[in-house]
Design a protein around this ligand. Structure first.
Ligand code: SF4
Length: 958
């Protein structure tokens, strides 16, 4: 039979538009092929710096995301009971008037009675600013339940972090360790990088209880027990210290290894750095006297104990560090059983790290100048790189584990050197970053700073006179002091309980808080629908915006339908989550790629209201959330959203992107500012968006060649960074092995300083605010009887789907439309289980019943499943008998939002990061069934949804 003739170059459409993908958070450049105004094909943009033409399955399935039947079409007003999913369609005028009334009345009463929380959106530079203008402290995005441990651990140690803040040196690394990396974070850039590494023969080691995704192509998989990565890192540090394989020169040049720490147990200055009268840190010079730690001409000593000029005693940081990690409790033999990693393997990995770092340095023939003005002829680096993600972060010991990894990197001299982890502009930033969270209101009602910021000491906390939390989510309280991304996972319970205060309006944007973004899912649904004795909902008003009919829609009183990512403007901004790589700063836009004739602005300025980019096509009447937010802000009279004459300052989000200045000359986009030739800083340029479109939707600028490495102390880089508006001053960033910030909290807990924790919090703060990284048993494992719950349970992100977004996508559903509980064959044999058997999975919180599959890619004491496949019946406009709801399931039903034996959130005690992966379970064989359990009433079936179909009134155990 003759093969058909294929015309491979045949155009698939009549037009190609270039924008930015939003099928996951990598933000690749895409070329969208259109035919007669409809999308025909999406391909990667070869010129784009993020993906260089590569497109993943998710990205190409963006067509089906755009044409999804699950799209919301029209504003909705609840008519039934909350949770039933009964709505009537209303016009935007009515929807916006109602939302403005609720928000305006609430602001008048008390701005903090608005809780404004967003999910995995990419417009926090706007939403945080809007919350500041509104005046509520109760704002955050999804970071608290994603990877704030990673971000805070990095920012409080390195002034940068993994993923969006840094990356491995793909060009030169010879040894890469991936720690708990989920496939979707990051996606195409890591695939490109791994391809580069593998092509050069570099070794890739994956540390993860489950071998999937990138771990599958790693040269070695270390199937570690969940929550023990910190112990493993300490054992590696122990071995390196014992073998004298640390880069002392690097430590003294770039870290606080030689800074003197006062030793005055019980004193108010114990554990603080010794400083001179001007506050400059001191070291001990070999000449036998104190010197300036950051001075030139000193030769610092890093071990020993010294008497300071004021008579106090002090030791260098390195001395404390070596004492702690050389302790036999961190020897490989001591940790091997707990980690599930043989001691010999730990010793071998330590040797391999040392060999890669010290036997094969990378030398780049590029002179550079440090911040003292000293010229170095070459750039010499340690080709060991780490990348880490949620797997190590989503534990109650995650903050210290992330710091432990950074300590390990620093001891190897492997931060921002050739071959190692590298900062991406605008990082590094000062440690901690300068901006503190807003606490008080100005005369115009706005907060004095954005609600999210960085805590420098106890005085920055948001607590009342009794030391109790001020924020609804309890972030920045003594319970979770460094909760720099907020704590979305505590908001629904606390809003229901009125802790610390009741709210009037809960305003959520693409945060699926009644399903896969919630712990304790069944109770969360009850809190959302619970009424007080007066018959009114305990959470009085819920406004929800999303593009799709997620499980959360049924719980809203007012639904504001968002556009798809191909229908609106977005700024992928350096003020938010950057898309830079280590060698260039970059940002990008999204813009409407569909027929402009059916999209446009409504509410002309003459109508006295801000415009909102609207989409009216195929019976849909939707608006971009960001434009709606600006519109609402103008309607309720937020000062920064109005001009002097009282008319809206911004017509819509596109107008805001171009014209808003965060500081003089600094806006959301860095490219083509001023007269179109300025980059980084410059006045607003009305043609800016056109320049981006002409350039394929993105902008980038190279880091100067002499500034590519050692960015924390590289004069060329820091001056360039300052010139671009990324940092205020071109000053070196001293990397913090030892955190004085943490020690300040410990001292407060010991009764020192003007701001101290309440008595009930003192012991906890003192224990977990150790200035050097510690390891402790994850809380759930420490508080339940582990013989009753002997297994750990974790989720993995499917490489083919992102969060919950993919499993309503017709193409991606064909890859999988259900999940199984995966367990090791040995574990299955112990329980008499085979493929497709049904199992009860019990935690201290509840029970689910699901089907299992055997998989050798998992540590034997751990079970796992894909995240976010399981759907509630009727949600996402899937058929009520769709496999996602009948066979698919969520582990979330098993995860408590509070600890088993304490009233604290199931979270890290330093940052408040949700401890999803601390979950402990038991499995037992179950009778074969038809559906996974629990099942809930279909969300649009008109039945109160908090009644599970098969478990009676509640599936929570008494
Ligand atoms: S990696 Fe993410 S952003 Fe890139 S193409 Fe895939 S889904 Fe889109």
């Amino acid at each position: 039979m003759r093969e058909p003739e294929l015309k491979l170059q045949q155009p698939v459409g009549d037009e190609v538009k270039q924008t930015t993908c939003y099928m996951c958070a990598c933000r690749c450049g895409i070329n969208v092929h259109l035919s007669q105004g409809r999308i025909r094909y999406i391909e990667g943009n070869p010129a784009h710096p993020v993906n260089r033409g590569v497109l993943c399955a998710k990205g190409s399935a963006g067509i089906m995301q755009h044409y999804s039947p699950a799209r919301l079409d029209k504003p909705l007003l609840r008519v039934g009971e909350r949770g039933e999913g009964k709505f009537r369609e209303i016009e935007w005028d009515e929807a916006l008037a109602l939302a403005a009334k609720w928000l305006g009345d609430t602001r008048e009463r008390d701005p903090n009675r608005l809780a404004f929380f967003t999910g995995r959106d990419q417009s926090q530079a706007l939403t945080g600013w809007w919350a500041q203008q509104y005046g509520t402290i109760n704002y955050a995005a999804h970071g608290g339940f994603c990877s704030v441990n990673m971000a805070a651990g990095g920012l409080y140690t390195l002034g940068g972090s993994f993923w969006e803040f840094g990356e491995p040196d793909w060009e030169h690394a010879k040894y890469l360790m991936l720690w708990g990396v989920a496939e979707d974070h990051d996606s195409n850039p890591i695939k490109l990088g791994l391809g580069q590494l593998k092509g050069r023969g570099a070794k890739v080691v994956a540390v993860n209880p489950v071998r999937s995704g990138y771990g599958a192509i790693a040269d070695e998989w270390i199937g570690i027990r969940p929550g023990t990565d910190g112990l493993f890192a300490f054992a590696l540090i122990h071995e390196l210290l014992a073998a004298d394989k640390v880069d002392l020169d690097y430590l003294v040049r770039f870290t606080n290894a030689h800074w003197l720490v006062r030793q005055n147990p019980g004193g108010a200055d114990d554990g603080l750095f010794a400083r001179d009268a001007d506050g400059r840190a001191l070291c001990w010079d070999r000449a036998g006297a104190v010197g300036l730690a950051e001075g030139t001409g000193v030769s610092p000593v890093i071990v020993g104990e010294f008497v300071l000029p004021d008579g106090g005693r002090a030791v260098p940081v390195f001395q404390l560090l070596a004492q702690r990690y050389l302790d036999p409790q961190y020897a490989p033999d001591a940790v091997a059983d707990r980690c599930g990693v043989p001691a010999d393997t730990i010793r071998r990995i330590a040797r391999e790290l040392a060999a890669a770092a010290f036997d094969q340095p990378v030398v780049i023939d590029q002179p550079w100048t440090d911040t003292h003005g000293r010229v170095h002829e070459k750039m010499v680096g340690r080709p060991v790189a780490f990348h880490a993600m949620r797997g190590i972060s989503a534990h109650s010991n995650g903050f210290h584990t992330c710091r432990a990894l950074h300590l390990l990197q620093l001891l190897l001299g492997a931060v921002d050197t050739p071959g190692s982890f590298r900062y991406q502009p605008p990082f590094p930033r000062p440690i901690p970053p300068a901006n503190r969270p807003g606490k008080t209101r100005l005369a115009n009602g706005a907060l004095d700073a954005p609600p999210l910021g960085f805590i420098h000491g106890p005085e920055d906390l948001l607590v009342d006179a009794a030391g109790e939390p001020r924020r609804l989510d309890h972030a920045y309280s003594w319970r979770y002091p460094l909760a720099v991304h907020g704590m979305l996972h505590t908001v629904i319970r606390n809003a229901w309980a009125g802790d610390p205060q009741t709210v009037d309006v809960l305003f959520l944007f693409m945060a699926n808080m009644s399903w896969n973004s919630a712990m304790n899912t069944g109770e969360t649904m009850r809190w959302l629908t619970d009424k007080g004795e007066d018959g009114e909902y305990r959470i009085p008003k819920i406004i929800y915006s999303d593009a799709y009919s997620s499980e959360m829609v049924a719980y809203a009183d007012l639904v504001l339908p968002d556009t798809t990512y191909l229908e609106r403007f977005d700024a992928i901004s350096l003020l938010d989550r950057p898309i830079s790589d280590a060698d260039r700063a970059a940002d990008a836009i999204r813009h409407p790629v569909l027929d402009a004739a059916v999209q446009g602005r409504t509410h002309a300025a003459g109508a006295g209201r801000a415009g909102a980019a609207a989409v009216q096509r195929e019976g849909r009447d939707v608006r971009g959330f960001q434009s709606v937010l600006l519109d609402l802000g103008a309607r309720i009279g937020l000062p920064a959203l109005l001009k002097e004459d009282g008319t809206p300052r911004y017509a819509d989000y596109a107008d805001y992107i171009v014209n808003h200045e965060r500081a003089p000359g600094v806006g959301l986009l860095a490219g083509w500012r001023g007269d179109g030739t300025q980059h980084g800083k410059g006045s607003p340029n009305p043609q800016q968006l056109d320049r981006y479109r002409e350039n394929g939707g993105f902008w980038h600028m190279d880091v100067p060649a002499a500034g590519r490495y050692f960015k924390m102390a590289n004069r060329d880089y820091l001056q360039w960074s300052q010139g671009m508006g990324f940092i205020a001053r071109a000053e070196p960033v001293v990397l913090e092995l030892y955190s004085e910030t943490l020690q300040k909290f410990r001292l407060a807990a010991q009764g020192h300083g003007p701001v101290q924790p309440p008595a009930a919090e003192r012991e906890r703060v003192a224990r977990y605010f150790d200035p050097l990284p510690i390891w402790y048993e994850p809380f759930e494992g420490a508080q339940v009887e582990t013989h009753r719950y002997p297994l750990s349970a974790v989720t993995q992100r499917p490489p083919f789907m992102y969060h919950a977004w993919g499993s309503q996508n017709a193409w991606l559903r064909q890859i999988t439309a259900r999940n199984f509980l995966y367990l090791h064959p040995d574990t299955a044999a112990r329980h008499g289980l085979a493929d497709d058997d049904w199992v009860h999975v019990d935690s201290h919180q509840g029970r689910i019943t699901v089907q299992c599959r055997l998989a050798g890619n998992v540590q034997p004491d751990t079970v796992w499943t894909w995240n976010a496949i399981g759907k509630r019946r009727g949600a996402w406009k899937l058929h009520k008998d769709a496999p996602e709801s009948r066979k698919g399931f969520l582990l979330n039903h098993l995860i408590s939002d509070i600890l088993p034996r304490e009233g604290y959130a199931n979270a890290d005690p330093v940052t408040g990061q949700a401890a999803w992966f601390d979950l402990r379970v038991a499995i037992t064989r179950a009778e074969a069934g038809e559906d996974s359990l629990p099942q809930f009433a279909a969300v649009d079936a008109g039945t109160p949804p908090t009644t599970p179909l098969r478990y009676g009134a509640s599936f929570r155990k008494s």
